[in-house]
Design a protein around this ligand. Structure first.
Ligand code: C2E
Ligand code: MG
Ligand code: MG
Ligand code: MG
Length: 290
């Protein structure tokens, strides 16, 4: 079916072994990418821990096997690492995430979308150009994109990576350090690669209500965040008790099953429309029951 030129569209042709992702340019040209294997992108709400309001969403990609069941993304990422799929896949995930953010914005919910970035993407000097051109395609403001980085970034490569990240930062893109506390490189990374947000790893979040050590990690992360002017968020929040403890320790935002598992972009929009995001746990309930 004909689509208007300039319209933001994702064109998908889902076959057994491939998926076609694309959009139509202003000139009416269809730009598509065919990926070897189907994958899906889900979105997990990131909420204000005081109000439950959805303030952002994280894009999470995974393969779908023949039975269309989501697979472990780690397996997908390893497959991607071994093959040559990465550039296309990276562009497709980014495009789907930005497309979704543009759709939410057009529906009146101007929330940023967070996209996970594999360490070696940041060794590609053309990466900022790719990201900024995709943002422009979807007519989004650069601050509607959050790039999530992991400390798997080798310290020896910080010079190259630093250049790429500085270009993106200067253009207005937001940066988050994912899985904070999970490894030894977090602190040295922070001092060399200034980010806007830090996401505390689920490992500490799960134990925050039962372990003084986990509490101490959260408390000192919050203090670090205050002194560096970096927002602190928590990942993997599963219980109301964890939400309250995190909030009392000064952690203002987070994500987890308590608020909603990763879901299709359309369902996140539906939830935003229904206004059910204001109640912790509301997004985790089956929506057809509401
Ligand atoms: P991450 O970026 O730290 O993503 C958070 C993970 O926590 C997701 O796992 C999410 O489904 C899971 N999660 C959400 N709520 C809860 C909860 O309440 N409890 C627990 N235990 N877990 C929760 P997922 O989707 O399996 O993704 C795993 C990792 O794979 C991600 O960790 C990210 O590092 C990577 N990944 C996913 N999509 C992409 C992608 O498009 N590109 C790249 N480079 N990496 C990706
Ligand atoms: Mg992440
Ligand atoms: Mg994480
Ligand atoms: Mg992780």
């Amino acid at each position: 079916q004909a689509k208007r030129a300039g319209e933001r569209v994702a064109v998908y042709t889902r076959r057994r072994d491939s998926v076609e992702v694309g959009r139509r340019t202003r000139d009416g040209e269809r730009v598509t990418t065919t990926l070897d294997r189907p994958f899906a992108v889900s979105f997990q709400p990131i909420v204000d821990l005081a109000t439950g309001e959805v303030i952002a969403a994280e894009a999470l990609a995974r393969w779908r096997d023949g039975a269309r069941r989501p697979d472990d993304p780690q397996a997908m990422l390893e497959a991607v690492d071994r093959g040559s799929l990465l550039p296309e896949m990276r562009a497709a995930v980014l495009d789907l995430a930005l497309l979704s953010a543009a759709n939410w914005r057009d529906a009146g919910f101007d929330i940023p979308v967070a996209v996970n970035i594999a360490p070696h993407s940041l060794l590609d000097a053309r990466f900022p150009e790719l990201v900024l051109s995709r943002i422009a395609c979807h007519e989004l403001s650069p601050d509607r994109l959050i790039l999530e980085l992991t400390e798997a970034l080798a310290t020896t490569q910080l010079e190259v990576v630093g250049g790429v990240l500085r270009t993106l930062r200067t253009a207005g893109v937001r940066l988050a350090l994912d899985d904070f506390g999970d490894g030894a490189a977090s602190l040295s990374m922070l001092s060399q690669l200034p980010v806007h947000q830090i996401k505390i790893a689920p490992e500490f979040v799960h134990r925050v209500s039962s372990s003084d050590e986990a509490k101490a990690v959260v408390r000192s992360s919050v203090e670090l965040g205050r002194s560096l002017n970096v927002a602190i968020m928590a990942e993997g929040i599963e219980t109301e008790r964890q939400r309250r403890d995190l909030w009392e320790l000064g952690c203002a935002a987070g994500q987890g099953q308590l608020f909603g598992r990763p879901m299709p972009a359309s369902r996140l929009l539906g939830a935003l429309h229904r206004g059910c995001a204001g109640r912790p746990g509301a997004l985790a309930e089956p929506l057809h029951n509401e």
